[in-house]
Design a protein around this ligand. Structure first.
Ligand code: SF4
Ligand code: SF4
Length: 343
């Protein structure tokens, strides 16, 4: 509840409560269909690989300055592959934990995850696993099943699988996946997202409407039998099957400020960048927040309507804060611009 109140307070002040950063442009993997390295991930001719990124003390100092400026309640650290900068993260993560920031570190576990991170408060380590071993290893070498199992030992990670059409069309595939990962001591929870295509995309991964319904039904049926699988009915039925129609309706996009590896370039409209097909969005975070947004408060007002009003107040506060009128020594009002509340 404290978190919700803090988030609301920030929105009312015109500040997005969540921050997402692509920590580095580097990644030793070459996953087919990776959105981060797509030509249209960032605006204009800029690509993730063409951006300047940072390392060493410089990166640590820049990330700390960014967090101090935005003061997020929640920070997603994505890539590229964040573990490429594991030394820097060894300084950044304990500092974030001490500040009370909730952190979601998304990794392929291509290298060992330092054991020192296992005890950090509010740190969630999400390991991306693309299906069962044969399919995963074919897509994600060198971050193979064998390596992941070694590299997550001693941790409690979140296993995150993005379901593609190939997986959706194989009966029993998801259950086999959930059974395998539920049996691993290092698995704390299991999440499923659905593959989110870009507008106009033609690919083997893109799910059809029937695929989406079948996957949603299967996830719901598995939930009661596998306690590590997190999939509430509301999130699956209202989030995954009825995603927002556009970024303007997406609470996740509206409340998250996304920056690429130069820590300046803004990724729009959400972490995916480019022109995602929102009506087929399968992002778990977006689903969860969509479900929350459709929840009706006493009086029948949906939470999303409250967000509209709060953002309107926030925009007004932001515009007022853009101009302060301190008195000069002569007692005359002087208008000076200050840095926008959000970058
Ligand atoms: S690990 Fe992630 S960033 Fe790297 S290629 Fe694969 S999907 Fe892209
Ligand atoms: S998270 Fe999904 S619904 Fe939200 S803007 Fe991105 S693609 Fe669209």
């Amino acid at each position: 509840m404290d978190g919700i109140i803090s988030a609301w307070g920030k929105i009312l002040r015109g500040i997005k409560p969540n921050l997402s950063i692509e920590l580095t442009r580097e990644c030793p993997l070459r996953c087919p269909g990776c959105y981060a390295y797509g030509d249209h991930h960032l605006e204009g001719d800029v690509t993730l690989r063409s951006l300047a990124d940072f390392k060493g003390d410089d990166l640590v100092a820049r990330v700390k300055a960014l967090v101090e400026r935005h003061d997020p309640l929640h920070l997603s650290i994505i890539g590229g592959e964040p573990l490429v900068r594991y030394r820097e993260l060894g300084e950044i993560l304990p500092w974030l934990a001490a500040r009370g920031v909730y952190v979601n570190l998304v990794t392929s576990a291509v290298r060992p995850i330092p054991l020192a991170w296992a005890g950090l408060n509010r740190l969630l380590i999400a390991v991306s696993i693309d299906g069962l071993q044969p399919e995963h290893d074919a897509r994600r070498t060198p971050a193979t099943y064998d390596r992941i199992l070694k590299h997550i030992a001693g941790h409690q990670v979140t296993v995150h699988c993005t379901v593609t059409r190939q997986q959706a069309q194989r009966p029993g595939y998801l259950e086999e996946f959930v059974r395998f990962w539920s049996a691993q001591a290092a698995t704390r929870r299991i999440w499923f997202s659905l593959y989110t295509p870009q507008a106009g995309e033609v690919s083997d991964e893109r799910l059809g409407e029937e695929d989406r319904k079948r996957v949603a039904a299967e996830i719901l049926a598995l939930g009661p039998r596998y306690p590590k699988l997190e999939a509430s009915k509301r999130m699956v039925l209202e989030g995954l099957l009825e995603p927002p129609e556009s970024p303007d309706e997406c609470i996740f996009a509206r409340t998250t400020h996304c920056l690429s590896a130069d820590l300046q370039t803004v990724v729009t409209p959400c972490q995916l960048g480019g022109t995602p097909e929102c009506s087929e969005c399968g992002c778990l975070a977006a689903s969860a927040l969509t479900a929350v947004g459709r929840y009706r408060l006493p009086g029948g007002i949906p939470v999303s309507r409250m967000l509209d009003w709060s953002e309107a107040v926030g925009r007004h506060v932001g515009s007022v804060r853009s101009f302060v009128r301190p008195k000069t020594r002569a007692g005359q009002a002087r208008t000076i611009p200050v840095r926008a509340v959000t970058d």
